[in-house]
Design a protein around this ligand. Structure first.
Ligand SMILES: *Cc1c(COP(=O)(O)O)cnc(C)c1O
Length: 385
């Protein structure tokens, strides 16, 4: 919830900008940390959701590791003070340069997404006189019931290794001398709000790890990835992701054998709700059939609606008056630059401040300069006090 005092402080800041409620971030992390400590689980924050220095510092201070999907993310994580021993590296297309950099940094695990990748990591590690710790990212063929662009665990998706290739994986593991095998990794999609999906994932993991155990390949780690969703419909009423329910389901359904460690890679659920895109109304355009509220924030600042038809709650921070129906749009020359159609919002005028909520994850980190627009800056609640 953005406070009256914060809205007053916004008056002197150039819009659009990202506002981060650091109290909410800490409250979210407190809740998350209590849950993983309760079960003895390990967590690696998915840097790609938001890589702002202040956000990373806060998350690192809770003892989390980092989940990276590029060589530069690995470098950033290490530079930001994350323990390399807690850095994991996924991605279907790791380049030789990225693999070498990660080997040099001494990361905890490569999450390998194809059979040829295992071979290349082994060869590169051999060339550097090192041993690479790897996990196999398995494609479990599970429908996460999320938007098709953020679903990753179906057999038609490009991610992970399918069970029919396990024989080949086992052969490689036995002959690759510069590989140390840690276990299995899964990540079936993002913005998953139907918790039974995770119960299904746990049951699939048990089926899949049995294959390895039968072939006498020990599984030390199970990494369940991220994907827990947040409430985009009601961010003010439901600001913290439902970690307790999530871990309850996992704890109940995941078979953990003695000596095994369980890992997670939360992204959106940790940072999604603490970020808001703050914008001003430039014009109210009244047409025959509808009214447009035209904002100074556009799809270049936050691309989720244009990219995945994502819903973001929109609030008029300046007025709490009678609600009217608006199509809320941005200034960019694309019809997909639209924040929402037929939204009920307190009657607005030029200069009113709007908040586009739940913009902390996959928001600022995806911003671009399309139309030669300036990049929106970050403002942190701790600095307004
Ligand atoms: C993006 C990603 C995550 C984080 O996903 P969220 O839905 O933001 O929790 C975790 N693991 C991997 C491998 C990813 O690519």
């Amino acid at each position: 919830m953005i406070t009256k005092q914060q809205v007053e402080a916004f008056g002197s800041i150039e819009t659009p900008f990202y506002f981060y409620d650091m109290d909410l971030l800490r409250q979210t992390l407190d809740t998350y940390k209590a849950q993983i400590d309760k079960y003895g689980y390990n967590a690696h924050y998915a840097l790609k959701a938001n890589a702002n220095d202040r956000i990373l510092d806060t998350i690192r201070s809770y003892g989390l590791g980092a989940d990276c999907v590029s060589g530069n993310e690995v470098k950033l994580a290490v530079r930001s003070g994350f323990d390399p021993q807690k850095v994991v590296f996924a991605g279907v297309g790791k380049s030789d340069k990225e693999i070498k950099a990660a080997l040099r940094a001494g990361i905890f695990s490569f999450n390998c997404e194809s059979v040829p990748e295992i071979k290349i990591i082994n060869d590169l590690a051999a060339g550097m006189g090192k041993k690479a710790r790897i996990s196999i990212r398995v494609n479990p063929d599970i429908d996460a019931h999320t938007h098709k662009y953020i679903s990753t665990g179906l057999k038609e998706n490009k991610f992970g290794i399918s069970p029919w290739a396990f024989q080949e994986v086992a052969r490689l593991l036995s002959c690759c001398k510069n590989i140390e095998f840690l276990g299995l990794h899964f990540h079936v999609g993002s913005q998953i709000t139907e918790l039974p999906v995770f119960a299904l994932l746990c049951r699939r993991i048990e089926e899949l790890q049995k294959w390895f155990i039968e072939h006498e390949i020990p599984i030390r780690n199970l990494n369940l990835g991220g994907g827990l969703g947040i409430n985009y419909q009601d961010p003010n009423g439901d600001p913290v992701a439902h970690f307790e329910d999530y871990f309850n389901i996992i704890h109940k359904h995941l078979v953990v054998r003695p000596g095994q460690n369980v890992h997670f890679e939360p992204g959106r659920a940790l940072v999604g709700q603490c970020g808001h895109l703050i914008s001003r109304v430039l014009y109210v355009k009244v047409g025959r059939e509808k009214k447009f509220a035209i904002l100074d924030a556009g799809m270049n600042d936050l691309i989720r609606p244009a990219l995945y038809q994502a819903y973001h709650d929109i609030e008029n921070l300046t007025s709490t008056g009678r609600k009217l129906r608006y199509d809320v749009v941005g200034p960019v020359c694309e019809s997909s630059d639209c924040w929402g159609t037929r939204r009920m919002i307190s009657a607005c005028k030029r200069g009113d401040l709007f908040a586009i909520h739940s913009a902390g994850a996959y928001g600022q980190v995806m911003a671009m300069k399309y139309n030669q627009r300036d990049l929106a800056k970050a403002v942190y609640s701790d600095d307004l006090k």
